[in-house]
Design a protein around this ligand. Sequence first.
Ligand code: 8OZ
Length: 364
Amino acid sequence: MSYDHLFSEAKLGDLTLPHRIIMAPLTRSRSAQPGDVPQDLNVTYYQQRSTAALIISEATQISPQGKGYAYTPGIHSNEQIQGWKKITDAVHQRGSKIFLQLWHVGRVSHSSLQPDGVLPVAPSAIAPEGQAFTEEGFKDFEIPRALETNEISGIVEQYKIAAINAKTAGFDGVEVHAANGYLLDQFLKDGTNKRTDEYGGSLENRVRLTIEVIKAVSEVWSGDRVGIRLSPTGTFNSMSDSDPQSLFNHLVEKLNAFNLAYIHVVERFGDVNDESFDFALLRQRFNGAYIANGGYTGESAEKSLGDNQSDFIAFGTPFISNPDLPLRLKKGAKLNDADPNTFYGGNEEGYTDYPSLEQELRPA
Ligand code: 8OZ
């Protein structure tokens, strides 16, 4: 089939992107140790994928406290900033753009990953189900420590400093990770937020932290270089909300004050698809671009764009195993399957060794 919509130019904030295929943030857990530093292997990986119209980096911890998985990169030390600089240079050299995803995991961590071995922090003292991925293997989640009201400005400050560091590292913008059960999502949803201060209870109160973070980050970057990732119906990391439509309608209306580049919406995670949520309504209420994500194929992406359901499509798993995904879609070429055994951790295997179409077609 022809992908006329996928391969049409469009504006994202003040950027003009050559097509609609965005590389979704993908945790791959391959930063150099010690220090969670982006390394040459990561440069190669991102450079291989720089025919995406925009790359959104893997989730990146804004502070030592924001870390929840072994081997994920940070953006709080000088070494990390210098490591990222090599990546942004390589991507720019190939003519693409890259945003950094700003990540604080909240309760999705473990004391063994935290500075001084303290408990992870969260809006309320409620543990997620399951286990954290630590350097010593999987460990049961612990009951997190509920943040004091007077600590919250310090959390906002962590995002702001990380946004400044992202600028130093040469990124084109930042995406605030408010999805998939991490700290901001924990404050948004009432399954995890049982607070009785001004950060809990009403919709107004539950969106407060996210809005404060967006405000702080938009003082560093202009709003049109800032996006936010949301997962209204996501249940990953033991998440739930009693009325996600009202919550996220309210949130995007508040976001409109900042002229953000985009909302990046995880519409489904794995096979879970909640038909009761009206994503079109969310898009209608928001004044920036809508990036759709979650299990899209070339065909369903083209249909979504053509039906005016989205402005861009973010592909995750297909970009793991097809570094030149845009070219493959354009040519109607076969896509390689991704091997889940090499998603997280390890070396170049399953990371930088998936072939481009050119490599596949070249006689051995
Ligand atoms: C899968 C494994 C580890 C982290 C997310 C950052 O869900 C993640 C993540 C996904 O956004």
